[in-house]
Write a new protein. Structure first.
Length: 161
């Protein structure tokens, strides 16, 4: 059975456009089908200070993987692209790939929470998500993405580049 996931990719170090493209190519190389992708959006860092702006893009993907199996693949892609994880809060990074949604389900275990617990707070997530899935209903809040965006109080707007 195929599952659908929404992913967000982000980069604020190095050649940000090339990093998003490299991550996309590696995702495809794992047999994961990209059904739809948003444009690329630029924004200030969220939750920490940095001079480098982020680029973000949202993908709708389809694959037979379960959430934790997909997470392992995404973490391996980040590592392959040079991501060094810090456990001291948010930091600049050359690549970040997060799972936003899984089918129409909520999922939670020790390694992963879906829907992403902060997606409803971030313009840089909701704006590209609404480009490709405005009517998707958040499984916990029972509200459409477009309504989450319209009611957002994020003072850090993103812009399409």
């Amino acid at each position: 059975m195929n599952n659908q996931f929404y992913l967000i990719l982000g980069s604020n170090l190095g050649d940000r456009f090339q990093m998003l493209l490299a991550a996309e190519e590696l995702i495809i190389s794992k047999g994961i089908h990209i059904i739809r992708k948003s444009g690329i959006y630029e924004s200030e860092p969220w939750g920490f200070e940095s001079d480098q702006l982020f680029l973000n893009q949202v993908f709708l993907i389809e694959c037979s993987l379960k959430p934790n199996d997909l997470l392992i693949i995404l973490l391996n892609i980040e590592e392959k692209l040079g991501r060094k994880r810090s456990f001291n809060g948010y930091t600049s990074r050359n690549i970040d790939i997060d799972i936003l949604y899984f089918n129409q389900e909520a999922y939670c275990d020790n390694n992963l929470i879906i829907p992403h617990p902060r997606l409803h707070l971030r313009d840089f997530t909701l704006r590209p998500l609404c480009e490709i899935a405005p009517d998707y209903i958040h499984p916990k809040f029972r509200v459409k993405n477009i309504d989450l965006l319209q009611n957002l109080n994020d003072l850090n707007p993103s812009r399409r580049v």
